[in-house]
Design a protein around this ligand. Sequence first.
Ligand code: BTN
Length: 333
Amino acid sequence: MSDAMSTKQQLLIHLKGGKGTWVSGESLAHKMAISRSAIWKHIRTLKENGYVIESSRKKGYLLRHASDFLLADEILEGLNTNVFGKSGIVYFGETDSTNVRAKFLASDGAPEGTLIVAESQTRGRGRRGRSWFSPPGEGITTSIILRPPISPNEAPKLTLMASVAVAETLLSMTSLNVNIKWPNDILVNGRKIAGILTEISTEMDRIDYVVIGVGVNVNTPHENLPPDIRNTATSVLMETGKPFPRIVLLRAYLEWLEIYYETFTTKGFDPVMKRWKHLSDIIGRRIRVDLIDRVRIGEVMDADKDGFLILRDDEGTIERIISGDVTILGGEV
Ligand code: BTN
C-alpha cells in the first residue's frame, strides 16, 4: 500500500474488502500497524463523514453503506476519466459557491480538470445574478476548471457542451425525458432539473481559465423546493419517485464532460453541436428572448455552428443571439 495513502483510505479499503462481512479490530490493527484505539478513532471520523459502519465489541466493524457524501475518495472509485477529477478534487461540506472557490483555485494555478464539490452552498450563483438553491446533501453542486486551447470568443460553446454532457448523464442513468433549453437549462417535462453557469478569465486574446459550474437537483422532494421555484423546478426524486445516488451521477457527468471536451478540442465543435440540436427543442419555436438591454420575439430558425440562436422576428429581421433568457411562446410556427 502506498505511503501517500491516508490511514482513513487504508481503513476503508480493508472495510470494503470485507464485502459486507465483519472485520475484526484486531486484524485491522495488525494489517495497518496501528493500535486498536487508533482504528476506533478513524472509524468515528468515517462515520462523521457519512459512512454507515456497525461496531461490535466481539465482531469488530461492518461497513453497511459507503458514504453518499461527495467525498474525493468515493468520486475517484471507478471514475473512468483521464483528467477530469483526476487532477484534484476539493471538497466542501459547505461553501459560498463552488464557482467562486474554483476561480480562486484557478487563479492560483490549479490544473485543468480540478473539481470542486460542495454538499451545500450559502451563496450558490445562477445566471444573470440569480441565486441557485443548494440545500445540504440533496443535489450536485460542482465546478470544474478548464484551460481550453480556444479563443475567448469561442467560450460560449463550452456552456452548450456542458449542457449536452449533463443531458447525456441524466439520459444514460435514468429513464427521464430530458431536453435542453437554450443556452443552458436542462429540463425534464418542462421543469428545470439542472443549470450551468460558465465563468471565464481571459488574458489579451487567450483564455486563462474557464469554470463550468453545474447544479443538479437530485434528491430534493417537492416540499423542500422554495416557493418561488416550486412550479418551475424539479428533481430526479420528484420525477422518478426514487432517490438516486448522487455520486453515481457525478461520476457519469465527469465522464460525459470529458468525452465531449475531448471531442470539441480535437475534432471541433460540429459533433457537439449536432448532439445539442438533437437534445434541444428550440428550433422552429416561437420564443421571447430577454437580452440585457432589450427583448426580442420571433421564430428560431436554427442554432449556428457557434451555438448562437438565429432568430427571425415578425418583420423578417434576422439576428444572431449569443445569450439571453428564453421563454417558449407557443408550439411550432
Ligand atoms: C442557472 O441555471 O442559473 C445556473 C445555475 C448554476 C448553479 C451551479 S451550482 C455549482 C456552481 N456554483 C455556483 O455558485 N453556481 C453553479
